[in-house]
Ligand binder design. Structure first.
Ligand code: ATP
Length: 513
C-alpha cells in the first residue's frame, strides 16, 4: 500500500472511531483481535445498507423471499457442506518475524505483481501506438507473454496443490518463488499446515464431542436446509431465490485490515434455485445485476471490477468476485458462484430426506442447481465509508473532513440546528423536527457555534442541515445547507420536506438499478 493510501486508511479508521461508527470490541480490555462493534452512527449506516440490499432482493424480484435462519445448526450440516473436512486455509509462519500468513495469499501476491507488470507494459504501449490493439499486444509482446506464462505456471501449481491438499507442494512453491516475509524480509518459513476456520462450542450441559456444534461460517447452509420448507409453504416455482442477512464466524488466520477481514461478520446472501442446465444463464444474469446494484450507489464505476476465479471451490462450476478499490487496493467485495447441485445433493445424502423439486411443466423431479450471490455487509460498509471519506481544503483556507455517503444510506438525513439557545429558537426547531421526524432520521443540536455544528454533521455524513434563526420566527423560513456543495438556501418550512425527500429516498436509489 502506498504511503498516502496507508495514511488515508489510518485516517478513515480513526475517523470511524471518533465519530461513533466503529469501535474495537470490548475496548476497555484492550479489544479482541479482528472483532468490532458498530456505534450509534455505524449501526444506522449498516441498517441502511441492509435495507438497500433486502429491498433490492425481495421487493424488486417477486420470485425472491427472505428468511432468518438460526446461527446454530445441526452439526451434520457442516459435514454435508464440506466445511468439516475442507474449510481450511493453508497457514505458514515466518520464524523470524513470528508472523502468520496464508500461504495461498503469499503466492497470489506474486501473481498480482506479475499482473501489475503486464498492465504497465500495456499502458506504456497504449500511449506509444495509435489504434492500440490490446488483445494482439498481450499475445505477441515477448515480455508480456513471458509474464503470462509465469502466471499460468504458478496458478497451475497452486490449483493442483490446493485440490490435492498437498501442503508439501505449497511449501515448495513458496520456496521456488523466493517469497520473503514483508516484515522480516527473510525466507525462513515453517512448513505449510492446514487450519480449519470454523469455531466450535458445546451445546447443552455435557461437554463432550457428541455435543460439539459450530458457529456457522456462512449463512448459505441455513437456506439450503430450508429449501423445501420455503418452496412448499411459499408455493415457489423455479426459478426462485431465498435471501438472508446474518452473522457468520470464521477463525481467520490473518485477520488484519480493519473490518475487511473479521472473525465475526455479517453476510447478505441469496441462493437462486434454477433448472439444471440453465445455471450459466442465471450466473451471467446475477453477475450483471449485482454489479449494477453496487454502481447505483455512485461511488464511482471505476472502483469496481470482476475477477473470475481460476481455482474453483469444490462445489462450484463457475465463480467470480466483484472487487472494490479499497484503500489497500482492489479486493473481493462480493462473490457470485454457480454452486451446481452440490449442497442439496449432499444434504439429501446425509439427511436421507428428498430435497427435490417437482417441475409441473416438464413433469419431472430434479435437484435444482444454485447460483448464489454473497456480499459481506462489513465490507460493503467499508467500501461506502472509505470512498465517501474526503479531506477538503476550502476557499477560505480552512479544511473540513466530510463523509459524502450516498444520501439514502446516511445515518441521519437532516440536522436541525437553532442558531441560538434562546429567544424561542429551540422551541421552533423542535416544532420543525416534529414535522420531519416521521419521514427522516433527524439530528437535533443546539450546542456550539453554527460553523462547528456544520462540520460535525459533515463528519458524520448528514446530507442536509436546517438552521432556525430569528427570521424563522417572523416568516416561517429556514436556511437549508447542502453537505456536498455547502450552499445555503433560504426556503419556506413547508418546502423542506420536498427538497430532502427525493435525494434521501431509498425508493429513488432502487429505481436507478
Ligand atoms: P476471502 O477470499 O476474502 O477470504 P471468501 O472468498 O472466503 O473471501 P466467501 O466465502 O465467498 O468469501 O464469502 C462471501 C463474502 O463474505 C465475501 O465476498 C466477503 O464480502 C465476506 N467475507 C468473507 N469472509 C469475511 C471476513 N472474514 N470478514 C468480513 N467479510 C468477509
Amino acid at each position: 500500500m502506498a504511503n498516502t493510501e496507508d495514511n488515508l486508511f489510518k485516517n478513515v479508521i480513526s475517523h470511524a472511531k471518533e465519530y461513533g461508527f466503529i469501535f474495537p470490541s470490548s475496548e476497555i480490555y484492550d479489544g479482541l483481535s479482528a472483532v468490532y462493534d458498530y456505534g450509534q452512527n455505524g449501526a444506522e449506516l449498516k441498517n441502511n445498507i441492509k435495507e438497500y440490499w433486502w429491498k433490492f432482493m425481495t421487493l424488486l424480484h417477486d420470485n425472491i423471499v427472505g428468511i432468518d435462519a438460526a446461527i446454530f445448526m445441526h452439526p451434520t450440516t457442516w459435514k454435508a457442506s464440506g466445511h468439516v473436512d475442507a474449510f481450511n486455509d493453508p497457514m505458514i509462519d515466518n520464524k523470524d518475524s513470528k508472523k502468520r500468513y496464508r500461504a495461498d495469499q503469499l503466492i497470489e501476491g506474486v501473481i498480482e505483481k506479475l499482473e501489475e507488470k503486464i498492465e504497465k507494459e500495456v499502458e506504456k504501449a497504449a500511449k506509444r501506438f495509435e489504434n492500440f490493439d490490446r488483445a494482439m499486444f498481450v499475445t505477441t509482446n515477448a515480455r508480456v507473454v513471458e509474464y503470462q506464462k509465469k502466471i499460468d505456471e504458478i496458478n497451475d501449481r497452486l490449483k493442483t496443490a490446493m485440490a490435492n491438499n498437498d501442503m508439501v507442494a505449497m511449501k515448495q512453491l513458496v520456496d521456488d518463488l523466493e517469497i520473503a516475509d514483508p516484515i522480516s524480509g527473510t525466507k525462513n518459513w515453517t512448513d505449510v499446515r492446514q487450519f480449519n476456520l470454523m469455531f466450535s462450542t458445546e451445546m447443552g450441559s455435557v461437554a463432550d464431542d457428541a455435543n460439539k456444534i459450530y458457529l456457522r461460517p456462512e449463512t448459505a447452509q441455513g437456506i439450503f436446509v430450508n429449501f423445501l420448507n420455503v418452496q412448499k409453504t411459499g408455493r415457489m416455482k423455479i426459478p426462485f431465490g431465498i435471501a438472508q442477512i446474518g452473522k457468520a464466524f470464521r477463525n481467520e488466520i490473518v485477520a488484519r485490515q480493519f473490518i475487511f477481514r473479521m472473525r465475526e461478520f455479517e453476510q447478505m446472501e441469496m441462493q437462486f434455485f434454477v433448472k439444471p442446465g440453465e445455471e450459466m444463464k442465471w450466473y451471467d444474469f446475477w453477475k450483471d445485476k449485482r454489479l449494477k446494484w453496487h454502481q447505483a450507489l455512485g461511488l464511482g464505476n471505476e472502483n469496481y471490477r470482476y475477477h473470475d476465479h481460476l481455482n474453483l471451490a469444490h462445489y462450484a462450476n463457475a465463480a467470480c468476485d466483484i472487487q472494490f478499490n479499497f484503500p489497500m487496493g482492489f479486493r473481493e467485495l462480493e462473490g457470485i458462484h454457480s454452486r451446481t447441485d452440490f449442497d442439496l445433493k449432499s444434504h439429501e445424502k446425509y439427511s436421507g430426506k428428498k430435497l427435490q423439486y417437482f417441475d409441473s411443466e416438464d413433469n419431472q423431479n430434479y435437484i435444482p442447481y444454485v447460483v448464489e450471490t454473497s456480499v459481506g455487509l462489513d465490507r460493503m460498509f467499508l467500501s461506502v465509508l472509505a470512498s465517501s471519506y474526503k479531506e477538503e481544503k476550502l476557499d477560505d483556507g480552512s479544511e473540513r473532513v466530510v463523509l459524502k455517503i450516498p444520501a439514502p444510506l446516511a445515518p441521519h438525513k437532516v440536522a436541525i440546528l437553532p442558531l441560538m439557545k434562546k429567544d424561542g429558537l429551540p422551541e421552533k426547531a423542535h416544532e420543525i423536527m416534529n414535522l420531519l421526524k416521521f419521514d427522516f432520521r433527524c439530528f437535533y443540536e443546539e450546542k456550539d457555534a453554527i460553523g462547528k455544528r456544520y462540520r460535525r454533521q459533515d463528519a458524520i455524513g448528514t446530507p442536509y442541515c436546517i438552521t432556525v434563526d430569528h427570521q424563522t420566527l417572523q416568516d416561517n423560513t429556514v436556511t437549508i445547507r447542502n453537505r456536498d456543495t455547502m450552499k445555503q438556501e433560504r426556503v419556506a418550512i413547508d418546502a423542506v420536506k420536498g427538497i430532502i425527500a427525493e435525494s434521501v429516498s431509498m425508493a429513488e436509489l432502487l429505481k436507478k438499478i
